[in-house]
Design a protein around this ligand. Structure first.
Ligand SMILES: C[S@@+](CC[C@H](N)C(=O)[O-])C[C@H]1O[C@@H](n2cnc3c(N)ncnc32)[C@H](O)[C@@H]1O
Length: 262
């Protein structure tokens, strides 16, 4: 589907190595809390369960995990749907160690995270399993995004990319409203530290950066057609590609691209 707005790869604070990790972590914590709270993972459960069933691979290697995003909620639902053995390794270039260790403590036998930085453009060969990426594919310019997909195909690992942001006028609305979301939801995010409260309510850096990065994310998000063009002829016969849009609660649309090993 074509977007009304041309793609622009503007500046996101979260991508910068110099950006303070505490503020990045408050942002990714908010992203996890708000998306789980709104149950935006619902359409993703079906897509991932079907991938796991088709490949027989119960292992997921999550790239660009941030504060864990929707994956722990997805895993709970996949278990309920009758695939109890699914395990997840969370990774990120700038790991939110505090949030990820709290999530992994809940199910130490099934959830783990890489303490060291893992760049999604150079996934270590030892990390094997279906690669997932939530709200992060837009961080990569087209040629790099295509390399990420190509590397999955070359290493014979399935990949599933999900985007909640959309490159459209309507897609900008939740981003413009996100400061309100941060102010309303922050009291429920754990741990509720003085720093989180200070940078949300007194010096509102978190709401500002969430809004800025959210708007930039919308401008960077790939359409289904652009994703399809990226994978046309990619990976030969290794992966079977499918891209589409699925409905999520609150009028959200999830754009997805999956590559399933043949
Ligand atoms: C918008 S957040 C998404 C976090 C999480 N997946 C979620 O859904 O809440 C994007 C994440 O991508 C990470 N990131 C950015 N560039 C990366 C790279 N080259 N390799 C791995 N992670 C990267 C950032 O550190 C950040 O945690």
């Amino acid at each position: 589907m074509a977007a009304l707005i041309p793609r622009m790869h503007l500046f996101e604070f979260e991508d910068q190595a110099w950006f303070p990790s505490s503020i990045r972590n408050y942002m990714t914590d908010f992203l996890r809390y708000s998306t789980v709270r709104m149950q935006l993972h619902r359409p993703m459960v079906q897509i991932l369960t079907s991938m796991i069933n088709r490949t027989g691979t119960p292992k997921i290697v999550d790239l660009c995990s941030g504060g864990g995003g929707l994956l722990a909620a997805i895993q709970r639902d996949i278990r309920k749907a009758g695939r109890p053995g699914t395990s997840i390794t969370f990774t990120d270039k700038y790991p939110n160690a505090e949030a990820l260790s709290a999530i992994c403590r809940e199910q130490p036998s099934a959830l783990q995270f890489e303490v060291a930085s893992v760049d999604a453009t150079a996934v270590p060969a030892r990390l094997r399993g279906i690669r997932t990426m939530f709200s992060a594919f837009h961080h990569f310019r087209p040629e790099i995004a295509q390399q990420i997909l190509g590397d999955s195909a070359a290493s014979g690992q399935g990949i599933a990319v999900f985007e909640i942001s959309r490159r459209s006028i309507l897609g900008l609305v939740p981003m413009l409203l996100s400061p309100l979301g941060t102010w309303l939801m922050t009291p429920f995010i754990r741990p509720l530290t003085p720093g989180r409260l200070f940078f949300t309510y007194v010096v509102p850096l978190v709401p500002f950066f969430v809004m800025w990065d959210g708007i930039v994310s919308a401008f960077r998000t790939y359409t289904v057609d652009e994703m399809k063009a990226m994978v046309a002829g990619l990976g030969g016969n290794t992966l079977e590609w499918e891209a589409g849009i699925a409905d999520a609660p609150f009028g959200y649309k999830v754009t997805y691209l999956v590559g399933v090993p043949r």
